[in-house]
Design a protein around this ligand. Structure first.
Ligand SMILES: *[C@@H]1O[C@H](CO)[C@@H](O)[C@H](O)[C@H]1NC(C)=O
Ligand SMILES: *[C@@H]1O[C@H](CO)[C@@H](O)[C@H](O)[C@H]1NC(C)=O
Ligand SMILES: *[C@@H]1O[C@H](CO)[C@@H](O)[C@H](O)[C@H]1NC(C)=O
Ligand SMILES: *[C@@H]1O[C@H](CO)[C@@H](O)[C@H](O)[C@H]1NC(C)=O
Ligand SMILES: *[C@@H]1O[C@H](CO)[C@@H](O)[C@H](O)[C@H]1NC(C)=O
Ligand SMILES: *[C@@H]1O[C@H](CO)[C@@H](O)[C@H](O)[C@H]1NC(C)=O
Ligand SMILES: *[C@@H]1O[C@H](CO)[C@@H](O)[C@H](O)[C@H]1NC(C)=O
Ligand SMILES: *[C@@H]1O[C@H](CO)[C@@H](O)[C@H](O)[C@H]1NC(C)=O
Ligand SMILES: *[C@@H]1O[C@H](CO)[C@@H](O)[C@H](O)[C@H]1NC(C)=O
Length: 448
């Protein structure tokens, strides 16, 4: 079919450009706040053995704000030939598989598609290597680059013994701990170089390959997991999370989909059959989200204004360790002070400095406890006003978007935001643009 380009209106062309630019491909996840975010798995062959090689495998979390929390990562792959794993240090396979073809020495794992997990903290020293044994927990790059990697060593048999005969494994899978990541094919790259601690000698791997895995929230879960509520000193209305954001309370079709905080069945529900799955057991609320972020515009000074942020956990089955928030608000370029959270500015668009990453202070509030009296953390932010942009009108004082642990938090609809006294409801034209932009971005993130 032929198409006459000249008949396309400029608008159609513009629209097509927007659509194509925004969604680079339908299979790859794209996060506008962390465009290069990925997890890279690097295999360094350190030594050839009579029937294979010894490799050190390192999982690097190059994502700014998405971490892997307990119960940690699970890495899988498919061997290209009939390789076996003779032994492992710093990790283990979950199943040995059928090693009946071996007499004498029995390999650690004979499966065609091994599944590897990290060892737990407290593993004996002779079974450890550097960066191992953290129960599969990997920090995000911004929170702590020093703990944003995890390593193990494996000795592979029945494999090639030169860089011409060795075959790279296929079909890498990464669970962290649930679904969400898609891994590409392993690519042979320039051998890694290692500099000795005193910096006087450099050694190198015999061969290296890399695998890159990217995250998609849409693959991870079909429903949202977090929502935002709003309030302000200038209006008594508390704008709650939209009803049914993460699910609906339905006693008839799904009894037990949530528990009341004062229910006598709470203890048995917590220890019930759902305990080991990753599905949350939430306290009954109208939104049914495991996480709610509340943004309260607290005070208005002459040159500053103050916001209080509260994160509440409604999930009875999950302590969120090393949680983080990413918040977009135009005033973050003039953040003056933050109380009791760590802060770093994320600047994905060069000189637009409107996105902040916040996370807990170690041993103080970096653990967001399960639902209940201690299931919340809070902080206050002090912003300096910039006379040309600052206003309490049209919801300007509220955040544009919020992520909790890298997942998008659903905002209330803009026409429900608390109004200034005597203000008329916001007009459609001022609201429509942000809504369109928001949905375009969301659709893009979800790759719909
Ligand atoms: C993975 O992230 C690193 C660090 O941000 C970046 O250098 C690299 O290009 C990324 N790889 C891919 C395939 O995007
Ligand atoms: C294999 O090693 C030789 C030298 O030892 C090198 O020239 C060649 O580039 C290597 N091939 C690969 C695929 O790494
Ligand atoms: C890799 O996965 C794809 C899709 O899941 C499958 O079709 C293919 O057979 C797998 N390859 C190997 C070597 O297992
Ligand atoms: C392979 O991964 C390592 C570690 O993440 C990185 O330093 C190196 O640049 C990567 N190589 C390529 C070609 O992406
Ligand atoms: C479900 O039960 C709770 C208390 O048991 C009640 O408050 C709520 O209205 C019920 N919801 C529906 C949709 O029936
Ligand atoms: C949450 O942490 C507390 C204190 O560390 C611990 O007692 C509790 O068992 C944990 N709960 C879950 C579900 O992990
Ligand atoms: C962004 O704003 C913060 C807070 O005012 C400031 O500390 C930081 O230097 C700014 N970053 C850039 C790149 O302008
Ligand atoms: C706010 O930040 C912007 C960009 O960093 C800067 O140009 C401006 O002077 C700041 N305003 C105030 C009132 O500090
Ligand atoms: C507060 O905001 C709500 C909209 O969320 C509005 O209906 C109400 O009239 C406002 N109250 C005052 C006193 O302006």
């Amino acid at each position: 079919m032929e198409m006459d380009i000249s008949k396309l209106t400029p608008f159609t062309i513009f629209f097509a450009l927007v659509v194509f630019n925004c969604c680079p491909s339908s299979t790859e996840a794209y996060d506008p706040l962390d465009p290069d975010g990925n997890i890279t798995i690097k295999w360094d062959i350190m030594q050839w053995t009579p029937d294979g090689y010894i490799a050190v495998v390192t999982i690097y979390n190059f994502q700014q704000y998405r971490h892997i929390q307990a119960p940690g990562w699970t890495l899988g792959w498919t061997w290209a030939k009939k390789e076996v794993i003779w032994s492992m240090v710093g990790a283990q396979t979950t199943e040995q598989g059928d090693c009946s073809r071996f007499k004498g020495n029995i390999p650690h794992c004979c499966k065609k598609d091994p599944t590897v997990v990290d060892l737990l903290p407290g593993t004996p020293y002779n079974m450890q290597i550097a960066n191992c044994c953290k129960g599969g927990v990997i920090n995000s790059w911004v929170q702590d680059p020093a703990t944003a990697a995890s390593s193990f060593q494996l000795s592979v048999g029945a494999a090639g013994t030169t860089n011409k005969t060795v075959r790279v494994p296929k079909n890498f899978t990464l669970k962290a701990p649930g679904p969400g990541y898609t891994c590409g094919v392993a690519k042979v790259v320039k051998p890694s170089k290692f500099v000795s601690p005193d910096g006087r000698r450099t050694t190198q791997a015999l061969m290296t390959w890399n695998v890159t895995c990217t995250y998609s929230q849409f693959l991870a879960q079909k429903t949202p997991t977090c929502c935002v509520s709003l309030s302000s000193f200038y209006n008594d209305t508390i704008v709650n999370c939209p009803a049914c954001t993460c699910g609906c309370q339905n006693n008839i079709t799904q009894p037990g989909s949530c528990v009341e905080g004062d229910s006598p069945y709470l203890a048995s529900a917590i220890n019930g059959p759902g305990k080991t799955s990753f599905a949350p057991l939430v306290q009954c609320t109208s939104h049914m989200c495991p996480i709610r972020v509340h943004w309260h515009v607290k005070l208005n000074y002459k040159e500053y204004w103050r916001v209080k942020i509260t994160i509440t956990n409604f999930n009875y089955l999950m302590n969120y360790t090393q949680w983080n928030l990413v918040i977009q608000h135009p005033n973050f370029d003039n953040l003056t002070q933050i109380f009791s959270f760590n802060y770093k500015s994320l600047t994905p668009y060069g000189n637009i400095n409107d996105t902040a990453m916040l996370w807990g202070i170690k041993f103080y509030n970096d653990l967001l406890m399960v639902a209940g009296p201690s299931g919340n953390v809070q902080s206050e932010l002090l912003f300096q006003k910039e006379s040309s942009t600052f206003t309490f009108e049209k919801g300007w004082a509220f955040p544009r978007r919020i992520y909790f642990n890298g997942d998008n938090c659903v905002m209330p609809p803009p026409d429900a935001y608390p109004w200034l006294p005597n203000a008329s409801p916001p007009t459609i034209s001022s609201l429509l643009l942000p809504v369109i932009v928001f949905w375009a971005t969301l659709l893009c993130i979800l790759n719909v």
